[in-house]
Every structure is written in structure tokens, then in C-alpha cells.
Design a protein around this ligand. Structure first.
Ligand code: B12
Length: 315
């Protein structure tokens, strides 16, 4: 490696702070106290850090957020930190598991870890084949609850700790999105039941919650009109009204860039006739909005849909 290459792999303390969320002050204190992250000095005296330190420092930031003390985690390796956070890359089967529940949990974890391995290798064939197999084995609802939601949660944590990169995250969400889309559209074809509109609010960029809701809603007799991401409020309202919708489902992620979900939901509620039920789910859904039923759990959503459609005199 040339001197120029070496310099390219070095970043300033400000850049390191930006990439890891750890303040420059804390980085300096840790270096003094624990000797890590270790910096090199330029002739000018400015600190430079190797880029490879970023994933380890992100994992440290995550561990601190989870309540670990700096003294316990700052000197840890990336592998140790991932182990601490329950993220051992490929979990071994637990030979001492006696109860079926434990065995089920561990086999589910192993399945997710196998898929994460596929994501590491950008192996869409094995990933999609795995999704199909599991869907056929456990059925749509369990696939969503036990496989799709935990996988995406795991991808999120992998990204936060630096184990997975942004391209890995995009690759994983694209594979899962296309799989879920093909499944709910199959279930929705040639239906003539009552009408459910599925949408997200303006500014929303996370679509998987809505796609999972589409799978669950298509297990009922509802005909789904799927408006997808980032739909203007007036278009949601107009589509629901013109199509005599019975139900409007909104998914709200925890992304901070979207418009205020509370305002949006209240405006939709105000403009829509009372006959249209509104159900909202997802981590960013506000609590206790009048006329908006907050529901996070897809099993409950599925049960609720059964009861709801029995009130619609739908034959
Ligand atoms: C996948 C993902 C992405 C993908 C989205 C791809 C896609 N097509 O959806 C991509 C890579 C595009 C992305 C982008 C961004 N993301 Co992002 N992303 C995620 C990730 C990993 C998963 C999100 C997700 O889909 N979760 C699955 C949903 C389904 O989970 P949920 O909301 O908890 O909902 C549950 C239930 O409530 C229920 N549910 C959901 N909806 C509904 C609806 C109904 C009707 C019902 C009944 C139930 C229900 O389903 C879930 C089941 O468990 C999360 C991390 C995480 N752990 O969530 C970050 C995360 C949401 N993203 C985050 C951020 C910051 C971003 C970016 C701003 C990053 C950036 N700096 O650019 C951008 C957004 C850019 C923008 N312009 O806004 C942050 C948000 C933090 C915050 N509070 O603001 C998170 C939490 C990551 C983090 N820890 O920092 N992201």
C-alpha cells in the first residue's frame, strides 16, 4: 500500500464522530483513558483514524445505548460486541435445548441467520427460495410474524452495528419486498369483497410494514387498493371516498424525515365519513388518536379483520 492509499483510508475525528454518532470529545477521552480508538497524528498535530474502526465504534455506540458501560465495551473487538448484543453472526444449534419452545426459538434464529448469510453474499436465489419454502411450511401469518418481521429487525441491528452495509440493507429489503408483493397480489386477485385501502403518509420511505399489512389483509375477503409509499393526504381521502372504502390501513415507520403523522392521521379522520374505519400500525404511530385504531401486532390485526368483516354483512 502506498502512502497515498494509506492516507485515503484515514479519516478526521469530525468525520469519525459523524459516522458513528460518538462525539469528538468522547472519542478523545476514550483514547486517553482506554488507548482506543487509536489515532495517528499528522505533522500538524491533527488526529487521523482508520476507516475500518467505524463498524466497531458503531457497535460500541449501540451497546452503550443498550445500557452497557463504556469501561466494559470500549476495548471490545467487533466480534465480541456482536456476541454481547446477541448478534453472533452464525448461531450454533443449542444442544442443551430441552423444551420444544427453546428448540423452536433456536431453529428460528438459525433460519434468520442463514438468510443473513445469504444477504452477506447477495445471494437472492437462496434467499427467495428460503422465503418460499418457509411460506409454504408455516403459512402467511406465521411467515410475517416469525420470519419477515424478525429478519428485517435483524437487518436493522446488523446495519447499526456495522455488520451489514447500506447496500446489504437495500438488497435485503428489495428481496423481501418483491416476495411479499408477489404473494399478496396472488391472494388479492379476482376478489370482489369489501374494500380496504392501504397507504402510507406523505414523506414515508419505509414500505415493509405496509406490505406485511397487505399480506395479512389479503387473508380476509377484502379487495385491496394499494396506494403504497408517500401518498398525499388528499389522494388518500379522495380514493377512500370514491371507492366506498370500508377500511383504511396506514403504516407509520419511525423515520424522522416524514411529515407529522399525528396531523396527517387527524386530517384524514376529519375528512372521511365515520363509516370508514382507520387502522394504523408501525413504530411511529401516535397513541390515542380519536377514531384511529392503533394496532401493532399482525395476529391481532388478523383476528380484528375477522370480527370487522362479520359486521359488514358481506356475503
Ligand atoms: C429497511 C429500512 C430502511 C430501508 C427501507 C426500504 C423499504 N422499501 O421499506 C431504506 C434503506 C430505504 C431505509 C432508509 C432510511 N432509513 Co430506515 N430502516 C429500515 C429498517 C432496517 C427496517 C424498517 C422496517 O421496514 N421495519 C419493519 C416495520 C414493518 O417495523 P415497524 O415499523 O416496527 O412495524 C411493526 C409493527 O408495528 C407492524 N406494522 C407496521 N405497519 C403496520 C400497519 C398496520 C396496519 C398494522 C396492523 C401493523 C403494522 O409491523 C412491524 C412488525 O414487527 C429500520 C430499523 C428497524 N429495526 O426498524 C430502519 C430505520 C426505520 N430507518 C431509519 C432511518 C434514519 C432511515 C433513513 C433516514 C437513513 C438515512 N440517513 O438516509 C432513510 C430514510 C430516508 C428518507 N428520505 O426518509 C431509522 C429511523 C430512526 C428514527 N427514529 O428516525 C431506523 C429505525 C434505523 C435506525 N435505528 O436508525 N431504511
Amino acid at each position: 500500500m502506498t502512502k497515498a492509499d494509506k492516507m485515503e483510508n484515514l479519516i478526521s475525528i469530525g468525520e469519525l464522530a459523524r459516522l458513528t454518532g460518538i462525539t469528538t470529545h468522547t472519542l478523545r477521552v476514550w483514547e486517553k483513558r482506554y488507548g482506543t480508538p487509536h489515532s495517528q497524528r499528522l505533522p500538524s498535530g491533527h488526529r487521523r483514524y482508520p476507516k475500518e474502526d467505524v463498524p466497531r465504534l458503531r457497535a460500541i455506540a449501540k451497546a452503550l445505548e443498550s445500557g452497557y458501560r463504556a469501561s466494559k465495551v470500549v476495548s471490545g473487538t467487533l466480534e465480541e460486541l456482536q456476541g454481547l448484543m446477541g448478534l453472533k453472526p452464525f448461531i450454533e444449534p443449542n444442544s442443551n435445548s430441552t423444551s420444544t419452545e427453546e428448540a423452536k426459538i433456536s431453529s428460528n434464529e438459525m433460519l434468520i441467520e442463514r438468510w443473513v448469510k445469504g444477504i452477506h453474499m447477495y445471494d437472492d436465489d437462496s434467499l427467495l427460495q428460503g422465503f418460499h419454502q418457509q411460506w409454504n411450511k408455516v403459512g402467511p401469518l406465521k411467515f410475517i410474524m416469525d420470519c419477515a418481521a424478525p429478519l428485517i429487525e435483524r437487518v436493522g441491528t446488523g446495519w447499526e452495528t456495522g455488520e451489514l452495509t447500506i447496500p446489504h440493507e437495500h438488497f435485503a429489503t428489495e428481496c423481501l419486498s418483491s416476495f411479499l408483493t408477489s404473494k399478496w397480489r396472488q391472494l388479492n386477485s379476482r376478489k370482489e369483497g369489501w374494500t380496504a385501502i392501504l397507504a402510507t403518509l406523505p414523506g414515508e420511505t419505509h414500505s415493509l410494514g405496509l406490505l406485511m399489512s397487505a399480506v395479512v389483509a389479503s387473508l380476509s375477503n377484502a379487495k385491496i387498493i394499494y396506494l403504497g409509499l408517500n401518498t398525499p393526504l388528499e389522494d388518500i381521502i379522495a380514493t377512500a371516498s370514491k371507492n366506498n372504502a370500508d377500511l383504511l390501513c396506514i403504516s407509520v415507520s419511525s423515520g424522522e424525515k416524514q411529515d407529522d403523522p399525528e396531523d396527517g392521521l387527524l386530517q384524514i379522520r376529519k375528512e372521511l365519513g365515520k363509516k370508514i374505519k382507520i387502522v394504523a400500525g408501525g413504530r411511529g404511530t401516535p397513541e390515542n388518536l380519536p377514531g384511529v385504531l392503533k394496532m401493532d401486532d399482525f395476529t391481532k390485526f388478523n383476528d380484528w379483520l375477522g370480527v370487522f368483516e362479520s359486521t359488514l354483512n358481506f356475503t
